[in-house]
Design a protein around this ligand. Structure first.
Ligand code: ADE
Ligand code: ZN
Length: 331
């Protein structure tokens, strides 16, 4: 089964590229940039990844990315990830990135864009992995700041496949970003948002109604609201579910308690994703394998989930048809 799950052509729709920073690369970038880390070894870093909730993870996530300073750093970060993902059978990666987290450290958007763009071209050329860019706004920062980021990203609007909304969810409802997302819509940029990870089902509704998103990142708490579940099913809203992330951030206690079987049973359009693979114990293959171990799903179920991702991905129709064909051929 693991070989089958590896062979499946997988599209990853929910990945934070900064969350793919493995401790080994964190150390080598720290050394290259003369930055002191509060850890003595790679093992110490991994031992620190014992999270109580989303915020306790975010604290280390923002600290970890402090080693990213130059375009070369962003290039190396993304290439390191593309290589690992490709080895797991990932054929397409949609990367969230957090400009505000870098601006706060004096790293300007062009530095981030140059490094990531170079890695994307190299991944396509050398690995045959296609990719997309999702500029994410930090919801625990002021909406005015998000608006400034979107305005200052004008030279890159054409390169953005979507804008997203991430960081600390509780107390930061989608409503706060209605004007920013309206502007993105006027620019013709698609929209996605994290909602219903730690926050209530009402945030999922708001993301649909006020931000006009085409996908909900996480969304697992929708099950608390049957009317919302019916709407998500009827409108075929895609949920980008991240099972290992939900366990590590204690959204659920154990994989066996994960609501994925109920979400499937409810007829929702689901995809499996890794979120922050360096922090949550594995990439796409580990997430698929963890579902197999916990739920014993059939090959058909996994093929269906992989198909949902290909159908929902930001990619050309030509690329989509090619990958759907490859999926149909995978046994
Ligand atoms: N940023 C990186 N990972 C995140 C997650 N799982 N939820 C919200 N913001 C994030
Ligand atoms: Zn996420």
């Amino acid at each position: 089964m693991r070989d089958f799950l590896r062979r499946l052509p997988k599209a990853e729709l929910h990945l934070h590229i900064e969350g793919s920073l493995e401790p080994e690369l964190m150390f080598s970038l720290a050394e290259r940039n003369g930055i002191r880390l509060p850890y003595g070894s790679v093992e110490e870093v991994r031992a620190a990844y014992d999270f109580a909730d989303l915020q306790s993870f975010l604290d280390l996530y923002y600290q970890g990315m402090s080693v990213l300073r130059t375009a070369e750093d962003f290039h190396d970060l993304a290439m390191d990830y593309f290589r690992r993902a490709s080895a797991e059978g990932v054929v397409h990666v949609e990367m969230h990135f957090d400009p505000q987290a870098h601006l706060a450290r004096g790293v300007e958007l062009p530095v981030v864009m140059e490094g990531l763009s170079r890695a994307r071209r190299q991944a396509w050329r050398e690995l045959g992995v296609s990719s997309a860019m999702i500029l994410a706004f930090l919801r625990d920062r002021p909406a005015e700041e998000a608006m400034q980021v979107l305005e200052s990203a004008a030279p890159y609007w054409e390169m953005l496949d979507a804008v997203g909304l991430d960081s600390a969810e509780q107390g930061n409802p989608p409503e706060k970003f209605a004007a920013v997302f309206r502007f993105a819509r006027e620019l013709g940029i698609p929209r996605v948002a994290h909602a219903g990870e730690e926050g209530p089902p009402a945030y999922i509704r708001e993301a649909l109604d006020l931000l006009d998103v085409c996908r909900i990142d996480h969304g697992v708490r929708c099950l608390e609201d049957p009317t919302l579940v019916a709407r998500l099913r009827d409108e075929r809203v895609v949920l980008t579910v991240c099972p290992l992330s939900n366990v590590r951030l204690r959204v659920v206690e154990r994989m066996a308690d994960h609501p994925l079987p109920q979400l499937l049973e409810a007829g929702l359009t689901l995809t499996l994703n890794s979120d922050d693979p360096a922090y949550f114990g594995g990439g796409m293959l580990q997430n698929f394998a963890a579902c197999h171990e916990a739920f014993g799903w059939s090959k058909e179920t996994f093929t269906g989930l992989a198909r949902n991702a290909l159908e929902a991905a930001f990619m050309s129709d030509e690329r989509r048809q090619e990958l759907l064909h490859r999926l149909a051929e995978t046994r």
